[in-house]
Design a protein around this ligand. Structure first.
Ligand SMILES: Cc1cc2nc3c(=O)[nH]c(=O)nc-3n(C[C@H](O)[C@H](O)[C@H](O)COP(=O)(O)OP(=O)(O)OC[C@H]3O[C@@H](n4cnc5c(N)ncnc54)[C@H](O)[C@@H]3O)c2cc1C
Length: 504
């Protein structure tokens, strides 16, 4: 129902002010930004919202302690500001998370103590709590499973934590409330041009197979690691600019890390940052940084990456884990822009890149979830400028994201249809049948994967549990969407095939 009315908007709108390609953090942020400025906005996503990197982050709302170590104060300050806005505008999805950096030398205690105090100072009024230097005794109290030999104490600091794909769904909701048309399972397949200029897109509804040509004044390419594919639809000769790098995460049960604190190791033996972060009653461990040659919607962890994470967790944590303890493995791809590949860059700022092509296409890539709002602001400003549309001010700094009360009330109304809908899908996780039905009716969930990977996070929390719930989810989907048993069976099979990739 909901999808049909959006497809009708796609078919019946004579002209759009802006079309955004890509429904991850960047594209959805741009849709919220543009629609709330009053632009007639269309966003198309070829898979599901946040199916790409935006559901596969470490789930931190952070200023980037890493950038501080590099002396990039401006970048850290800006990300800390965005951290503050996000926690204020989406408090139902983002929360303050205390972190501890365990230290094993007096030098590290001093060095990281000063560093994290600076980090907090840079946050100014948007500080989430003062950095403190803790004794070894206090550290053991807060992180009971920390390795104690030679422990000199820890640095306590604060950052934010969030549920990435839930935030994406709420951004889609907010963009729609502001007047945008936001569609998943619609892919860009080409551009319509007049001379050198893009005047429209060719897109395909991946569910019905129907193709459309859609005219617009301006275009944003927000396709993450797939940026080059879209740039080449515009100019087939265009050199590739993205060099992908992958980051692996493992999820284990909370009993291995019994604390509400997150642990951060700023520099592992090979110079990486390592996190153990409590998330939805489990613990996320990661990440890695491995350059790869091929990009895919379902990147796979390499054995060495899994071993690296297990070894590093066991190096700092007295309760050791092995592969058998891993409930889920998920991998995200970073779209790093090759040096020299941005000759035509219009505005390079911060850690994201904006490229304006001669066709008028505005490409935005890089950055992080935390700074999506600022990235959206920059991308929409560029799109307006390039297409010579009147300047309009960005209004997202104080714009609330999502409407948790309305969502709760609508889920409550679904339970009134049948009290059985209040039941949890699985005893270990709080998600209810009513939430699944709500996601199908109001959050554009079209597949079992949408329901179990991104509307709920079961695939990321425990792949085996997700596999066991595929039939239930498929059944509810088929009933709500009016699909037959054959469709239902295929949904279960394709989800289970995918979910096995999340088991290591
Ligand atoms: C391992 C890892 C950990 C991270 N951790 C954090 C963190 O803790 N905190 C933080 O702030 N940031 C983090 N980040 C960064 C953050 O996740 C990314 O910056 C962000 O998700 C990128 O969003 P995006 O919208 O640019 O790309 P994506 O989320 O990849 O979205 C691009 C979308 O474009 C769609 N698309 C592609 N081609 C087409 C087409 N032809 N037609 C239509 N749609 C198309 C894709 O399907 C995809 O959904 C992390 C990144 C990685 C890799």
């Amino acid at each position: 129902m909901q999808r049909a009315s959006r497809i009708a908007q796609l078919e019946n709108t004579a002209h759009w002010d802006l079309i955004i390609i890509g429904g991850g953090a960047t594209g959805l942020g741009a849709a919220v930004d543009a629609a709330s400025r009053g632009l007639k906005t269309l966003l198309i996503e070829r898979a599901d919202f946040a199916k790409g990197t935006s559901s596969r982050s470490t789930k931190l709302v952070h200023g980037g302690v890493r950038y501080l170590a590099q002396g990039n104060i401006k970048l850290v300050k800006e990300a800390l500001r965005e951290r503050g806005y996000l926690l204020k505008n989406a408090p139902h999805i983002c929360s303050t998370q205390p972190f501890l950096i365990p230290v094993y030398t007096w030098f590290d205690k001093f060095f990281y103590g000063i560093g994290l105090m600076t980090y907090d100072l840079l946050a100014g009024k948007l500080s989430l709590g003062a950095t403190k230097i803790l004794s070894a005794k206090k550290t053991i109290e807060l992180l009971p499973s920390i390795k104690q030999e030679n422990l000199k104490g820890s640095i306590q600091y604060f950052d934010g934590q969030f549920d990435d794909s839930r935030l994406a769904i709420d951004l889609a909701y907010t963009a729609t409330s502001e007047g945008a048309t936001v569609l998943n399972y619609v892919s860009l397949v080409g551009f319509e041009k007049k001379g050198q200029k893009i005047i429209g897109i060719h897109c395909k509804d991946e569910i019905s197979g129907k193709k459309y040509t859609v005219p617009a004044s301006s275009f944003i390419n927000a396709t993450g690691v797939f940026t080059d594919q879209v740039l080449q639809f515009d100019d087939a000769q265009r050199e590739q600019i993205v060099r992908p790098s992958q980051g692996v995460h493992l999820v284990v049960r909370k009993e291995f890390f019994k604390t509400s604190y997150a642990m951060m190791v700023p520099k592992t033996a090979d110079g990486r940052v390592f996190f153990a972060v409590p998330w939805h009653d489990s613990v996320v461990l990661g990440t890695t940084d491995t350059a790869i040659d091929t990009i895919s919607m379902e990147p796979q962890a390499m054995d060495g990456e899994i071993d690296f994470i297990i070894e590093h967790f066991n190096k700092y944590n007295a309760v050791a884990i092995s592969r058998n303890d891993v409930q889920s493995v998920f991998v995200g791809l970073r779209p790093l822009v090759k040096a020299g590949g941005v000759a035509s860059t219009a505005l390079i700022s911060r850690d994201h890149t904006i490229i304006v092509s001669t066709s008028g296409l505005v490409t935005i890539t890089g950055g992080k979830w935390t700074t999506y709002r600022r990235m959206a602001h920059d991308a929409v400003n560029n799109a307006l400028f390039v297409s010579k549309q009147p300047k309009r001010d960005c209004v997202t700094r104080n714009l609330k994201i999502g409407d948790p009360e309305k969502r709760r009330a609508m889920i409550g109304a679904i339970i009134l249809e049948d009290p059985n809908y209040a039941k949890q899908l699985h005893q270990n996780y709080p998600y209810t049948v009513a939430e699944i039905i709500f996601a199908i009716r109001h959050e554009l969930a079209e597949t079992v994967e949408d329901l179990l990977a991104r509307r709920t996070r079961l695939l990321f929390l425990d792949a085996r549990v997700a596999i066991s719930l595929a039939q239930t989810a498929a059944n509810l989907l088929a009933k709500e969407l009016g699909k037959d048993q054959e469709w239902e069976k295929k949904q279960v099979e394709s989800f289970q095939e995918l979910a096995y990739l999340y088991i290591c």
